[in-house]
Ligand binder design. Structure first.
Ligand SMILES: NC(=O)c1ccc[n+]([C@@H]2O[C@H](COP(=O)([O-])OP(=O)(O)OC[C@H]3O[C@@H](n4cnc5c(N)ncnc54)[C@H](OP(=O)(O)O)[C@@H]3O)[C@@H](O)[C@H]2O)c1
Length: 350
């Protein structure tokens, strides 16, 4: 049994912890909290041990804290860093490297420049084997993970018949649980978004991928609008959809009017955290015009990276083959069952 610590208990840390508790191969030592707020008691009520930074122990005197993060790390085989973007690098330098602990970082970190946390940006569909036995790896962000799930199967199928990908990311403003964050009534433009360069970490720096991003006032997922250019006449929409029939973590939907329909259905079906843990091709929006296929898909911002983190952990901790890791992740996340339910509910109406 391997022991794991989750440093940070926000949108991502709370989800990772919840699924790890269902994994019989893992003991969760506990979670790291930094602010003395009601979420400490939420974590404790879920049966978790809460650890806080050594120097902040006094701030938590009104809570039943188990100990310091520093002491919890001494016990663990791997840490999931789920801190706000940029803090993962600081934690790597001040905690994980000095204590010689393998760590998984989240998509708010960087894999290039002075504050890079790793030279590997993980996407199970593109580079699972490269993570086997590695000690410091970054899981791609939700948008980067989503793009990989669409682009990699297209590249596998069409190879050099593809000439260019243009993607516009329409990003959600905040997560559902982040009630303290208000949605601003504006459409915000993102200068030099990192997402294209992040995808190129596993596609190669010369991949013909061009990404633009804007942020809109919603909590209900990201939507990606993508134009896929072919050397010659592009395939029909049905040929594109066919590729994703058996693709892990990609559902093909026909009748969702918007992203909230998908989230509402996830809630109705009792999916954990109202997450689908996948992306959803909005098949009614796919068109084929001349040399170009136009597609749209929505990306469950909080859920999509959680099974990916679970796959990554198995590569790093157990050095499992892709097939073994995939089978184990599926037994915990039930992605195929969720995909089937979503596809049945949003099926094509003739
Ligand atoms: N939210 C998403 O949809 C999403 C999707 C994919 C990837 N990500 C990435 O996942 C990471 C976490 O994002 P999030 O949305 O989960 O953030 P979040 O909800 O704001 O949670 C961050 C957590 O980190 C804790 N924290 C604060 N300082 C820390 C430190 N120095 N070290 C460790 N933990 C610290 C916070 O503790 P306190 O609350 O106690 O202060 C909080 O529990 C980011 O890199 C983000 O880019 C987020």
């Amino acid at each position: 049994m391997k022991k794991v610590f989750v440093n940070g208990y926000g949108s991502i840390g709370s989800r990772i912890t919840s699924f790890l508790k269902d994994d019989p191969e893992i003991t969760v030592i506990g979670v790291g909290k930094y602010s003395p707020d009601e979420k400490v008691n939420v974590a404790i009520s879920r049966g978790l041990n809460v650890y806080v930074p050594e120097k902040k122990l006094n701030d938590f005197s009104n809570y039943k804290i188990t100990g310091s993060i520093e002491s919890a790390l001494d016990e663990c085989d791997l840490v999931f860093d789920a801190s706000p973007g940029g803090h993962g690098y600081k934690n790597k330098k001040s905690l994980y490297e000095p204590k010689n602990i393998p760590a998984i970082y989240q998509g708010g970190e960087s894999t290039t420049g002075d504050e890079s946390v790793s030279d590997l940006l993980f996407n199970s569909r593109a580079n699972y084997d490269k993570a086997i036995g590695k000690r410091h790896v970054m899981q791609g962000s939700c948008n980067v993970t989503g793009m990989g799930k669409i682009l990699q199967p297209l590249r596998d199928k069409f190879g050099d018949k593809l000439t260019r990908f243009d993607v516009t990311l329409i990003r959600r403003w905040a997560d559902i649980e982040q009630t303290e964050k208000t949605l601003s009534d504006t459409i915000e433009m993102t200068e030099s978004p990192h997402h294209g360069d992040d995808v190129k970490m596993y596609f190669g720096k010369d991949a013909p991928l061009y990404v633009r991003a804007i942020k809109v006032p919603t909590r209900q997922m990201h939507l990606h609008i993508i134009d896929i250019r072919f050397k010659d006449t592009s395939p029909k929409p049905s040929e594109i959809h066919e590729i994703f029939t058996n693709e892990f973590g990609v559902a093909t939907l026909w009748t969702a009017k918007g992203t909230k329909d998908v989230r509402d259905y996830a809630q109705k079906m009792g999916f954990n955290f109202k997450d689908t843990n996948m992306i959803h091709i909005h098949a009614n929006m796919t068109t084929s015009i001349g040399d170009t296929v136009q597609m749209m898909y929505s990306d469950d911002q909080t859920g999509i990276v959680i099974p990916e983190n679970h796959m990554l952990m198995q590569a790093m901790l157990f050095e499992k083959s892709y097939v073994d890791a995939f089978t184990h992740t599926e037994s915990i996340f039930h992605m195929n069952e969720k995909k089937q339910k979503l596809e049945e509910h949003f099926t094509k109406k003739y």
